[in-house]
Ligand binder design. Structure first.
Ligand code: SF4
Length: 131
């Protein structure tokens, strides 16, 4: 099964530290993270993706936070230079994050995200910048 990510989930995944909305969501998210290989193809989507599939916020009509999330996705899309339908490997995605998601860009892109203040994504970006 091909992995599908909405734009902001590339950074969420880089920063994943086993936290999430419910234990089942975390378990499934961990499975996705553990399946990632540098040459694995990931399709960029503009709606519920492989991670949303296990989220308690996903309902019949999509994400309960869709309006806010669309804004976050759009900023990530612009910063990373990706669009719906693109397919990139996990290595390419990490390269884009390293090259384009500066800390300044991150603070703009993820404004309004409830996870931002917890620092996982910021520390993942800092770690990646030093590799
Ligand atoms: S909150 Fe929305 S965008 Fe985030 S994982 Fe859940 S369904 Fe997907």
């Amino acid at each position: 099964m091909k992995i599908r990510f909405r734009p902001h989930h590339f950074l969420c995944t880089l920063g994943f530290q086993g936290k999430g909305y419910t234990p089942q969501y975390v378990e499934k998210y961990r499975e996705i993270v553990e399946s990632l290989r540098d040459d694995l193809d990931i399709e960029v989507v503009g709606e519920g993706d492989s991670i949303c599939a296990f989220c308690p916020h996903l309902g019949e009509t999509g994400c309960a936070q869709e309006t806010k999330v669309q804004g976050i996705d759009e900023r990530h899309r612009q910063i990373l230079g990706i669009k719906t339908g693109d397919v990139l490997t996990w290595a390419e995605a990490k390269r884009l994050l390293k090259d384009k998601m500066t800390l300044d860009a991150f603070h703009k892109a993820c404004e309004g995200c409830e996870w931002k203040a917890q620092g996982m994504c910021e520390s993942a970006l800092k770690k990646q910048a030093n590799e």
